[in-house]
Design a protein around this ligand. Structure first.
Ligand code: 13P
Length: 304
């Protein structure tokens, strides 16, 4: 088995060279996919790498909207999503039609769209954000009213840190939304000397009980820099692998066993290999949508 995996790794490396490809993996990907990737990161980091990459082919190991973002920011490159069915239930909780209806109700509001959304929705937005820059982006806007879509939990987190009026959308990440304050209490009881960090996609009552709130990239940075040796992690379980690998002297505990995103786990080494071999499945975004979605994404990339 190990030998088989090693051979597959090798063949992936060969194909990568042949096609001048780069493999990007989100922090939630499986261990083997993270190990095969050139870059592992959060949504913001991976978008920036996709936009700046000199590769001809981007293999995006993540979910559909992430590959779409790469296709928008790097339209001259071939963008592959090794598992075409890797979607995002949160992104599916908004459409351009439902957004347009809501915009009519709040004509003065600027539309701030979380990157976990379809390209057509981004195309109808003023600016995009990731969890790592949502608060600073909203605070930097001139408008007094913001329509924040589609994650109501991230939107509530932002609302707590701005004077602006934040109108929320009725969407959520099914994985993070599953966590309850009782899970935090149980984890603290099991690991009394650990601190708790959670992702802002968690419910407000969970965020309130945590010690720290970070994007996945923020969690990586915090774990590296903190003096704390024991950390309870309130985000998708894939992050634990990287945290533990980069910080062997520290202990990380998953906040709840429910923190698994099946879509992120659809991708495996075999599918990465097959994608590179066939240069399929390819993700493209129709040009009119691409042109409209590009600006809000570029504004996101220059916002700190
Ligand atoms: P970040 O990696 O940007 O924290 O986002 C997590 C996420 O929601 C991925 O779907």
């Amino acid at each position: 088995m190990e030998e088989e995996k090693k051979a597959l790794f090798q063949r992936i490396q060969e194909l990568k060279r042949r096609h001048n490809a780069v493999i990007l993996a989100h922090n939630y990907q499986s261990e083997e996919v993270q190990d095969a990737a050139d870059f592992v990161g959060d949504s913001f980091e991976l978008s920036r790498i996709a936009a700046q990459s000199g590769a001809d082919v981007i293999v995006f190991c993540g979910v559909y909207f992430m590959a779409e973002v790469a296709a928008i920011l790097a339209p001259d490159k071939i963008v592959l999503l090794p598992e075409i069915l890797a979607g995002c239930p949160l992104a599916d909780m908004i459409t351009s039609e439902t957004l347009r209806e809501k915009k009519k109700q709040h004509p003065a509001a600027m539309v701030v769209t979380y990157i976990n959304s379809p390209a057509v929705v981004k195309a109808d937005s003023d600016i995009c954000v990731t969890s790592s820059n949502a608060v600073s982006v909203v605070n930097s806007l001139e408008a007094e009213e913001v329509l924040f879509v589609p994650d109501m939990n991230l939107g509530s987190f932002v609302a707590g840190q701005t004077d602006k009026r934040v109108i929320l959308w009725d969407g959520y990440c099914v994985t993070h939304h599953r966590v309850r304050p009782a899970d935090v209490a149980a984890a603290r009881a099991s690991h009394p000397d650990a601190v708790v960090m959670v992702h802002p996609e968690c419910r407000p009552d969970v965020v309130k009980t945590a010690d720290y709130v970070f994007s996945t990239g923020g969690m990586i940075k915090f774990a590296r820099e903190t003096e704390h040796k024991k950390i309870i992690v309130g985000t998708e379980m894939g992050l634990i692998y990287r945290l533990q690998k980069e910080n062997p002297d520290k202990q990380f505990y998953l906040l709840s066993q429910g923190l698994i995103c099946p879509n992120m786990k659809f991708t495996n080494l075999e599918k990465v290999y097959k994608a590179l071999e066939t240069l399929q499945p390819r993700i493209t975004v129709p040009q009119p949508i691409r042109d409209l979605a590009r600006r809000p994404l570029e504004l996101m990339l220059v916002a700190v």
